[in-house]
Design a protein around this ligand. Sequence first.
Ligand SMILES: Cc1ncc(COP(=O)(O)O)c(C=O)c1O
Length: 403
Amino acid sequence: MSAVAIHPLSGAGRRSRKPSTATARRGVTRGLPADCPVQRSATRTSTPAATAAAAATSHREPILRAGIRSLEDGLTHYTSNSGILELRQAIAEQIHTLYGVAYEARSEILVTVGVSEALYLSMVAVLDPGDEVIVPTPCFVAYQPEVVLAGGVPVPLPTRVEDAFQVSAEALEALITPRTKALLIGYPNNPTGAVMTRERLSDLARVAETRDLLVISDEIYDRLVYGGHQHVCFAGLPGMRERTITLGGFSKAYAMTGWRIGYAAGPAPLLAEMRKVHQYTIMSAPTTAQIAALEALERGESHVQAMVAEYDRRRRLIVGGLNELGLPTFEPKGAFYAYPSIAATGMTDEGFAEALLGEERVAVVPGNAFGGDSSFVRCSYATAYDKIEQALERIQRFMRRHG
Ligand SMILES: Cc1ncc(COP(=O)(O)O)c(C=O)c1O
């Protein structure tokens, strides 16, 4: 599934229309409050936001150089099955620094081909045929298929916008059967941008403990949180380290999707089972990419900070813009997605997405792709600020016809 969902396409055979910032402001951004970043950019040419946007991409060069240098230096062989030890140590150190959870780099960290592989390994390692995994929805498109691929049975736990897409302990309890093996969560959430409060996560932790569930916690968006929210690492909650597999990676915070590096962190016995599957299917994650990932961890912190500022700017633009257009949008506190309700249009999510793509060349993803209900679509703001402005203009035109 492409991460870039809201994306005004240039359109073959059409005249390329790239409105100036001023033109864009005449559209949906007109009337936004004075402290809105769009308004601010009208009055200054070099703003802190522009600086943040530039800093947000400046990290790519050193990461690229580290990868190229490693090839030139002849580092073109397999690494340890678990990944380069220095990288595992840096990952363990980062988790410890940020969340106070200690992992032993040699036995409790496994470097994988993205979180995608780590997710698959955790399912294959943990599930016996017919085991049930409770999966709060809407969720990342791969969660339920990965459970099925491993012979398990996904049990969706629907969350609602009215509850800020939070999972309650009662709802979780209600779905537990003798076959329930694990809970698979992903916060900050793709597609809603929801985060879970410490209190809610602690409620789930109590259920996991009393009902003896494993927890697979996909925290790939941990660094991308806004509005003062502090990410809570599930494994850091009392008693959870020993029953949690934490998944993380480089695709989101460092915009390194194509490098394909992720990791799993968890108790040694579980990681040993995952390593067996990894060893005989993958051997080791790509060497060049591991070296690039180490560079990102060691020297990329300023980039992460800049990127969070930049995403936050885009987040406020898109959420404000969609709400103004009559598409009520939940305020995302993490990741880089907005999840507007399209119920007012009377269209289904698929109908809306197809019509918007066909008529205005703007791509959004239907909510049902994430196991959500069909009155929502997902818009990604992992694209340039001016493209989001342009997309909002086009959606405004679309809404005049369909709203
Ligand atoms: C929640 C979530 N988990 C995992 C992935 C896959 O990440 P990776 O590129 O590390 O395989 C994505 C990608 O969009 C995602 O949104």
